[in-house]
Design a protein around this ligand. Sequence first.
Ligand code: NAD
Length: 485
Amino acid sequence: MNFLDYAPAPESAAILNLRDEYGLFINGEFVPGNGESFTTISPATEKHIATVSCANEQDVDTAVVAARRAYEKTWSRMSGADRGKYLFRIARLVQERARELAVAESLDNGKPIKESRDVDIPLVAAWFFYYAGWADKLEYAGMGPNPRSLGVAAQVIPWNFPLLMLAWKIAPALAAGNTVVLKPAETTPLTALLFAEILQQADLPAGVVNIVTGAGSTGSALVNHADVNKVAFTGSTAVGRQIARSTAGTSKKLTLELGGKGANIVFDDAPIDQAVEGIVNGIFFNQGQVCCAGSRLLVQESIHDDVVERLKARLSTLRVGDPLDKNTDVGAINSASQLGRMRELSDIGEQEGSERWSPACNLPSEGFWFPPTIFTNVSTSHRIARDEIFGPVLSVLTFRTPAEAIAKANNTPYGLSAGIWTDKGSRILAVADKLRAGVVWANTFNKFDPASPFGGYKESGYGREGGKQGMHAYLAPTASKGVNR
Ligand code: NAD
């Protein structure tokens, strides 16, 4: 132990009161599914957490029928003010159970407790508070005359921010007056099931939210169900494409939030230590399993060596390990298959001639782990500069002029996020204007707020979540200026 080492500070899991088995949450109750149950494990230890039901097509149909009934009989008839009261109640219950939800999220996903405690769960509550405030104002806020809900929303979410993605989907849908059937990812169903208990505590009318667990086939049955009016999907571009194809030609309204290969651009006048913190936050937050991660660092050539040296020094202080330890900076990778993809793409990076570097760190012998990694000598044609690795892997490229930085940043099939680090406000505005990215952060990275719209260009998807734009995605188009997307 060197003199700066911390003692272990694990957050206790005793606060959790988990069941051994979880059913599907349909019509306000937990019911067994007809598919083959599956196990959810802790990616940090590979230990069993709970057995979870799998919804087959018949179960998905039961859930959609329940959502339709709740839509017609209760939710669409309720005043916006009353819908808002339920959303406020849910937000407060999330805050009351915040510690428990944070522990469950870190256990099931592998993310550090300081992130689930300080970022994920507070944002979940913030999302419900924010959209609760919209529920009674739809008619007065530029959504067009008499904005109408769509009906039943089918929502499929990924595993990287399990409860936060649930909140991004459910809060605006309910505020607008829709009912929901949501499918969490198969590796991280736990917090969605705890959320179902919160809905029971909140006395939300039966059927307004239904949660069906399972893998891709459950998701496919849900988005292809004939009686859903809206499909909202966050996940891989490959699955997003399939969903776009299968919903084309139907009346289903669709929003897709897919992958990214965000550029984090550092100019030579940037405050370098601050930029290094932003680079670390941009790619090592949530083990880099973030669609808007700053996975390509574009650094002005004149400061390249200095930035890389300071970055390496900073990475050497990151603590990789037990997600439940309050001092952990980088936790476990969510699944064996994600880990396999990181290893494969990183090996290809080396084979293509990039230089790989990781700080010395002792990775636990069990579970799924990948060290923070940076690649230098990367060129734009390398796979690690083009493919989404979705892990703690940073590719460093250089540029000489702002025009070259912009050209390189936009040289990707994706268009979700970007970052600009410079001392000059005018340069921020000039560069941001030319970046084809849905979100551009300036002198910061990975900052989220429910009032701010989020979404992509090109293969990163379409539609916006968050803010007033996020409400449009759950309302029927009107003849007025209210434009969808
Ligand atoms: P995925 O797209 O396969 O899974 C996301 C969700 O979609 C899960 O709930 C999954 O069960 C469901 N799903 C899978 N196939 C489906 C289908 N045919 N119809 C409907 N739903 C379906 O993503 P993944 O395999 O978990 O991750 C693979 C890659 O996706 C990652 O490496 C990363 O590049 C990307 N990804 C992006 C995000 C994001 O936030 N944009 C999140 C997770 C993964």
